[in-house]
Design a binder for this molecule. Sequence first.
Ligand SMILES: [Zn+2]
Length: 54
Amino acid sequence: MAKFKQPKQYRYGRGVQECRRCGSRDAVIQAYGVYLCRQCFREIAATLGFRKYS
Ligand SMILES: [Zn+2]
């Protein structure tokens, strides 16, 4: 996914938000106001009522 150069002045977007659960900044999901990284989101999603649409 590192296709583009690292943005300098971008304060918004990926890599800014930290996971409020584990502190990781890797792919933090801001949608739904969860602010969780992918891993934590997967774990918590079920609790929040999110389901994987299959
Ligand atoms: Zn996390």
